[in-house]
Design a protein. Sequence first.
Length: 296
Amino acid sequence: YLCGVDVDQSFMDLVMVIGAFCCLSLLSHQAESTYRLDFIWKLQAQEEKEDMEHLEAYNKKLLGNILPEHVAQHFLRNDKNSDELYHEQCESVCVMFASIPNFSEFYVELEGNNEGVECLRLLNEIIADFDEILSEDQFKYIEKIKSTGSTYMAASGLTAATRDLRGYRHVTAMADYALKLREQLLYVNVHSFNTFNIRIGINIGPVVAGVIGARKPQYDIWGNAVNVASRMDSTGVVGEIQVTKEVYDILSTRGYKLICRGIVAVKGKGDMITYLLKGVSSCPPNSTTDIYAVSP
């Protein structure tokens, strides 16, 4: 005993107090570490979630640039089998082919134009201008299908939302778009000091739309209406917009001026009477449009 106090007992009490303090400190440190790790994990999880959302948005945007919006949505649905062939029957689709027939003469591979790269750069700017015009609200009925070389292909009325079987606004939108493409190429010629020509063909009819390919899917349309539209381009007149009688019947009563080109020999179809779209007539819609015969 020291001063009436049990030394062993006091030492044990001190040890217990120190031990308890150490335990509390250790628990506090572990809790703090746990909170920190939990915060870091939550932060990492949030960052990973944001990265996934950004990646998903990027993939959607990329898919939307490759496929039409309604087709992209089809493939983004989780309940759809990616191996399933996407196809649909589309009635009354207006198909347009627009080509620059003298671009092949413009394209040359020289050291001065970076072995042809500058020629392709100008073609890319032209195609980009055509794409940009489609972003205007009045052309919401139209979907770009593809561009092959210097030929641009588009179609309108591929969905119920963009197909107007009463007012045929998807057909008039295509006519306006064709006229706008012709104006745009003239603008390009003025500012690039070139003399590019455009030749456009338009037809209307049923098509089959679908996506071909797994690694590099491509949306395309097939059918007789597509073939005839292509022939309207290839047999057309440079600087003009050649249309079939079916398109003429729609446009001629809706304020557009067309002239009869005459009989044209169309591969696979024989002789066809075709018309040239000249622009918007000063006559009111539903009026009789004069037809002027010109040599084929």
